[in-house]
Design a binder for this molecule. Structure first.
Ligand code: SER
Length: 343
């Protein structure tokens, strides 16, 4: 039966920011067909690069069954999630999608693996939102945080990501630990914690690090922008092409080299004021003001100013190609200008 199904890479949240970059790269670099899933119909440009695409929710079990009846899923990039700001307005739905949806997919990966007698790779983006520093003084003193430090998130999204990291580790290392015969083909779960991501071609939806990309896109499209955090607010960031490199390098790493299941990754830390300065220097007409929203500010203040990614560096040679200068001058500005040219 399994021989009848075509093998495929499943990408959930395919129409999102990471999905865009990932589908572009994977369709060029991998011969495995891509099956895309998103709540919305995916963009025609992306659709062309996929063997199939489904519009629907990851919590729709009938839809997931339909997908595995047609495809033997060998690898999963599970990108679908409600981000941190949106999740605070609908915490119950966020839990359903972010936790129940992930658990369903881990089970799907487990089943696919035992059918095919081959572990299914499960790539999961987590986030700096799993951290929760109680106040600014602690944040300043903590500096660059390690994977296991300050993991007391204050958002539903952060709690969801942190718990799913643990579930993934459980399915990879401890599933069926008391069974007569331990299962041989456990899920090959690999997770990286992204900092704030900035893309030149897409905008995030419902996150709390969104002020950075919003500020840049507003300036490039000649719109005024009121930044919802203070000028001195600092968190780590990464350019989207590096985020795609990171998830693909982790996916391709030799499993024997991976001493952890969850890795911090970062590129550069910047304040909202640093970003404003760079944007204003490049777009002299930019109208950027600061109008902090007390509540969203508190969330960003609870995230670390920097993360220690030395485990990723030593286990799978992680190194961001774009530092802050290359992110703005080599990637964001040239690409974003093309995007809004003529608009
Ligand atoms: N960038 C995301 C957010 O702001 C965090 O992962 O929700």
């Amino acid at each position: 039966m399994s021989g009848m199904r075509k093998s495929a890479i499943l990408i959930t949240g395919a129409n999102g920011e990471v999905g865009h970059g990932l589908i572009e790269r994977l369709s060029e670099e991998s011969s495995d067909p891509i099956v895309a899933l998103d709540l919305m119909e995916i963009e025609p440009e992306l659709k062309k690069r996929c063997a199939a695409s489904y519009a629907g929710s990851i919590v729709d079990r009938a839809l997931m069954e339909r997908i595995v009846s047609e495809y033997r899923v060998r690898e999963i990039y599970h990108l679908a999630a409600l981000l941190s700001t949106r999740a605070e307005f609908t915490p119950d739905t966020a839990h359903d999608v972010n936790v129940t949806g992930t658990l369903d997919l881990l089970r799907l990966a487990r089943d696919q693996g035992s059918w095919a007698a081959e572990s299914v790779k499960f790539l999961f983006p987590s986030s700096i939102a799993v951290f929760g520093l109680p106040d600014l003084e602690t944040k300043r003193a903590a500096g660059s945080v390690k994977e296991w430090e300050w993991t007391a998130p204050m958002t539903m999204y952060g709690c969801n990501k942190l718990y799913c990291e643990q579930l993934g580790r459980y399915y990879a290392n401890h599933y069926r630990q008391l069974a007569e015969e331990p299962s041989e083909y456990n899920v090959d779960f690999r997770c990286l914690r992204y900092p704030g991501l900035i893309s030149a071609t897409t905008l995030p939806q419902g996150g709390t690090s969104d002020y950075a990309p919003e500020m840049i896109h507003a300036a490039a499209s000649r719109k005024p922008y009121a930044c919802f955090v203070r000028e001195d607010t600092v968190i780590p960031f990464m350019a989207m092409p590096d985020a795609i490199d990171a998830i693909l390098s982790l996916a391709r790493a030799d499993v024997g080299h991976l001493k952890r299941r969850v890795y911090n990754v970062t590129s550069f830390s910047a304040t909202a004021g640093d970003i404003r300065d760079r944007v204003a220097a490049h777009f002299p007409h930019a109208e950027i003001t600061f109008a902090p929203d007390e509540k969203r500010q508190r969330i960003v203040d609870s995230w670390p100013s920097d993360v220690d990614d030395s485990w990723a560096r030593s286990d799978w040679d992680w190194d961001a190609k774009h530092d802050i200068d290359a992110t703005f001058n080599g990637y964001l500005f040239p690409v974003i200008e093309k995007k809004y040219a003529g608009a």
